[in-house]
Design a protein around this ligand. Sequence first.
Ligand code: AMP
Length: 196
Amino acid sequence: MRIVLIGPPGAGKGTQCQRLLEYLDVPHLSTGEMLRQAVSGGTREGQQAASYMESGQLVPDELIVGMVSQRLMRPDCRAGCLLDGFPRTLRQAATLDEFLERQAMTLDGVIELAVPRDELVRRMLLRKREDDDPEIFSKRIESYQRQTAPLLDYYARQGKLKSIDGLGSAEEIFSRVCEAVEGFVARHDEPEDDSA
Ligand code: AMP
C-alpha cells in the first residue's frame, strides 16, 4: 500500500500516522522528520531548509523532491510506504506522479484529515507547545491553505482522495482512517476495467 496522509497543522496527523503505520506495516516517509534530522545533522540540505522551517514556510520543492526520491528508491519502500507531509505543493505532487510512473509504482490513495480552521486554532491554544508560536502557526495554516489544499482537488480528479472528518476521539478518527484504507484495498483488488 502506498498512501499519502494530508492534513493542516494541528489536525492530529502525527497520532493517526503512528497508528496507521502499525496497521499497514510499511515504512514511514515523513519529510518533516527527514528535514529535522538534516538540520540537526548540519547537512547542506539542513542548512538550506532551516530558515524556511523556523518561519513556518515550506522549503523549496527542489530540495524536498531530491530527498524523497532517494528515499523511495530504497528497497524497503518497494512494497509500499506511508507518505506524511509530502507532497505539499502541486509541483511536488506532479513530480511524485512522474517518479512513481517511471518506477512502475502507484499511489493507492490519499487521505485528508479535515479539520476546520477555528478548531485548529483552539487546539493550538490548548497545546501551547514551544514550536506553536501563534504567528508561526497561522503562517503554517496559511501556507497549507494556499499551497497544499489545492492538492485535494488534484487527487479528487484522479479518483484517489478520501476526505475524512478529523473531529472526534483519536479512536473514532482512526476507525474512519481504516475504513478509507479498506476502500483503497478493495479498489486495488478490483479487476482492471478494460471496457473503455
Ligand atoms: P512537518 O513536521 O511535516 O509539519 O514539517 C515541518 C516543516 O518542514 C514544515 O513546516 C516545512 O517548513 C518543512 N516541510 C516538511 N515537508 C515539506 C514539504 N513536503 N515541502 C516543503 N516543506 C516541507
